[in-house]
Ligand binder design. Structure first.
Ligand code: PNW
Length: 497
């Protein structure tokens, strides 16, 4: 070969879907307006404000219930193809049950979806993003196996009402956070957690993992049998996947890292996406052994019956991945001192975060080199390359007013470079959604952690949205389908192209 090598400019495919994501409780506000029922997050923040960093709640949040047209305008400003948002179960079914449908709730989402479609923005709808109807929690929530029927009934109502215009449904956002972390976050281990969340971590967590998998499967099969032929859409699930690498090359550390992966995401993805179905074998063996040592007559991890296994296997059209960060895993260093039965104790490994990984405004999140590429690579190999969407990815800053969010820009550029690498590798990745469209109620962090591409002052009654620098950079990437690492916006004035 002669001549100077020409490096081909890598581009995102024209059909690749770029978007942004939010969830109902974090943005909508209007917590008791127009017939909405109470959710567990309404109850918890009202009853136990001390558990929230700034003692705030989502009563008003970004007030998207009243500002949804402005939200759509922001999506248009950034030229985004898609918007991932969630439906509040108690807004459309105030008691959680299908006998009582709130017409104002249905109307709100219809108007909102129509507004998106008017501007050719593809809605991607999450059915459950943690705001369980309080009435269902009082019946045991995810500890009760009937949750799968309650969820299936709710899902049918969502498909019936919105499936003519929504072609991408996500049953659950992050089973790990629903069952393990937010039941409630692991530091509440034992009895110290806030009402009304379930408390016993060692049993409830695993019941939830199973019941949620069955709930997803029932909803999926309803979509498949009753709606797919006419609506022609897809129904998937979103799992949170951090990257876990081995701390050293020792076989012990490599095994520890693999076991950690199975405990963090295999437990939720394996029953649906593996060829064998069921929980990951090594993990269930481990939990059975630990349970026996602890004197239980049965494993704390409830196995699926053969019938359930078959129902759950293959019950998703795509794997949505929320990815933020990574850790190194050790079989010997930083191990737990507290041996209260729990998933963490069952796995029993140590985590290490190297000093040189840049820190964010949240203690759990660092910029971990190549983590997004690494997890896609692992998931592709493990589950035979299903259709993927990155349904969340983002970087938190602190609450102070700063529109020049260069650290967020660095994070997004690194992540999108990983997306291009994954596409080069043949990963079946169809889209990428930034978390989040705007600053919002960050759960236990309240309004102290900001993930938005748009800034919001939560003291301002109008909840004015102001684009951060990252919004301009993201828009430039989306418009050009090209990752320019040096681009700087000329001004901070947004327009719609
Ligand atoms: C996701 N972790 O939650 C949620 O889906 C969003 O609602 C949330 O706002 C966003 O990430 C940012 O936190 C996670 O500790 C919460 O690893 C915690 C973890 C991961 C995801």
């Amino acid at each position: 070969c002669h001549g100077s090598p020409v490096t081909k400019q890598r581009r995102f495919p024209t059909k690749f879907m770029f978007g942004a994501a939010t969830s109902a409780y974090q943005i909508e506000g209007a917590w008791d307006v127009d017939g909405k029922g109470e959710s567990i997050w309404d109850r918890m923040t009202h009853m136990s404000p001390g558990f929230i960093e700034d003692k705030s709640n989502g009563d008003i949040a970004a007030d998207s219930y009243h500002n949804y047209k402005r939200d759509v305008q922001m999506l248009r400003e950034m030229s985004l193809d898609t918007y991932r948002f969630s439906i509040s179960w108690p807004r459309i079914l105030p008691t959680g049950m299908p006998n009582d449908i709130n017409p104002a709730g249905i109307a709100f989402y219809k108007n909102f979806i129509n507004e998106l479609l008017k501007y050719k923005i593809t809605p991607m709808v999450t059915l459950y993003h943690w705001d369980l109807p309080q009435k269902l929690q009082e019946l045991g929530g995810f500890a009760n196996p009937l949750i799968s029927d309650w969820f299936a009934d709710y899902a049918r109502i969502v498909f019936q009402n919105f499936g003519d215009r929504v072609k991408h449904f996500i049953t659950f956002n992050e089973p790990r956070e629903t069952c393990i972390v937010s039941n409630m976050f692991s530091s509440f281990n034992g009895s110290a957690g806030p009402e009304p969340f379930n408390k016993s971590t060692n049993i409830v967590n695993y019941l939830c993992a199973k019941h949620l998998a069955v709930a997803n499967a029932k909803a999926y099969h309803i979509y498949d049998k009753e709606f797919r032929a006419t609506q022609k859409g897809q129904c998937g699930i979103t799992v949170s996947v951090d990257w876990y690498g081995a701390h050293t090359n020792s076989p012990e550390d490599k095994n520890a890292a693999e076991l950690k992966r199975q405990g963090e995401w295999g437990i939720f993805a394996n029953p649906i996406f593996s060829t064998d179905g069921g929980f990951p074998k090594e993990l269930s063996d481990r939990i059975a052994k630990k349970s026996a040592q602890q004197g239980y007559t049965k494993s704390r991890l409830p196995e699926f019956t053969e019938e359930e296994k078959a129902l759950v296997k293959g019950s998703a059209d795509f794997l949505g991945v929320n990815h933020y960060t990574g850790f190194l895993v050790s079989a010997t260093v930083n191990k737990l001192e507290n041996h209260v039965p729990s998933l963490a104790d069952d796995i029993d490994v140590g985590l290490i975060v190297p000093q040189e990984w840049p820190k964010s405004g949240a203690d759990w999140l660092t910029l971990t080199p190549n983590s997004l590429y690494n997890i896609l690579h692992q998931l592709k190999a493990k589950y035979n390359n299903p259709v993927f969407y990155i349904t969340e990815n983002g970087w938190p800053t602190t609450a102070e007013f700063n529109l020049n969010d260069d650290d967020r820009i660095t994070y997004y550029r690194a992540a999108l470079e990983n997306v291009l690498d994954a596409l080069d590798d043949g990963v079946n990745l169809k889209g990428y959604m930034a978390w989040s469209l705007m600053d919002n109620f960050e759960w236990l962090g309240g309004y102290t952690q900001r993930f938005g591409l748009y800034y919001i002052d939560f003291q301002d009654p109008a909840r004015t949205r102001i684009p951060k620098k990252s919004a301009f950079v993201y828009k430039h990437i989306v418009n050009n389908r090209y990752l320019d690492h040096t681009y700087q916006p000329e001004s901070m004035t947004m327009t719609i192209d």
